[in-house]
Design a protein around this ligand. Structure first.
Ligand SMILES: Nc1ncnc2c1ncn2[C@@H]1O[C@H](COP(=O)(O)OP(=O)(O)OP(=O)(O)O)[C@@H](O)[C@H]1O
Length: 227
């Protein structure tokens, strides 16, 4: 199992009143499964993704990534796990402007000590970037930049890919193409996917769908607490 979440909760104590953003969330993700995370704005999707990526701390419950409980790891170890096991794609591509497309793709794999030039080259070609490798991010389109972010996230063959509306700012046709490339490339890399999306059309292309409603997992139209 690549991801095991049990009774996860997240509370923010920053304001006058504590805000419980996630309550008793439990689900699992096997091998190379793909899961769409849906739910209305403010339901806690991004918060959940940040917790799984170790970018924020849970208030309670368990998050096992590839068998390691990240809720009890010190910050340095979470960063290491993120580097070694998890790939991240956000709506903002976060490309490094001073690096070429090719170097951007290799960047995280190099950091993880797992840069495989043949795989990076194959991935870039597979994802349609072969003619843009020596260009800088400013010289390519939004759709192409998003392809770079996807290739970069998959270059180190992560066990788990976390994607927060990865095609959210692309037109529908480009989004369809880019998502297809992401799914095919992840399958080839042996990578499971947890993807936040507002698009039912995109969610339907994933193997499983899970909806959050006010921080709880909703099944069959009803928000339920995990047993
Ligand atoms: N640092 C914070 N302090 C207090 N509340 C927060 C904080 N970060 C997020 N929240 C609240 O947590 C809730 C869930 O936010 P989150 O961004 O996870 O929702 P979301 O489902 O991803 O929404 P969207 O679809 O609009 O991106 C929101 O009500 C938000 O206001």
């Amino acid at each position: 199992m690549v991801l095991n979440i049990q009774h996860l909760s997240k509370r923010y104590d920053t304001g006058a009143e504590p805000v419980e953003v996630l309550t008793d969330v439990s689900f699992e993700l096997d091998g190379t499964e793909t899961l769409a995370l849906e739910g209305e704005s403010g339901s806690g999707k991004s918060t959940l993704l940040h917790l799984v990526g170790g970018l924020d701390r849970a208030s309670g419950g368990l998050i096992e990534v590839d068998g390691i409980d990240i809720t009890s790891l010190p910050d340095g170890r979470t960063a290491q796990l993120r580097r070694d096991t998890v790939g991240l794609i956000f709506q903002q591509f976060n490309l490094i402007p001073s690096l070429t497309v090719q170097s951007n793709i290799a960047f995280h794999a190099r950091l993880a000590g797992r840069h495989d030039p043949d795989w990076a080259q194959y991935l870039a070609t597979r994802i349609g970037l072969q003619d843009h490798l020596q260009k800088y991010p400013e010289a390519i389109s939004g759709g192409q930049q998003q392809r770079v972010a996807i290739a970069r996230a998959l270059a180190a063959r992560p066990k788990l890919l976390l994607a927060d509306e990865p095609t959210g700012n692309l037109d529908e046709a480009t989004a369809d193409t880019v998502l297809g490339l992401m799914l095919e490339s992840a399958a080839e890399a042996g990578t499971a996917i947890l993807m936040v999306t507002h698009s039912p059309r995109q969610a339907a292309r994933m193997q499983r769908r899970l909806t959050l409603s006010r921080g709880r997992v909703q099944r069959a139209g009803v928000a339920v607490a995990a047993s």
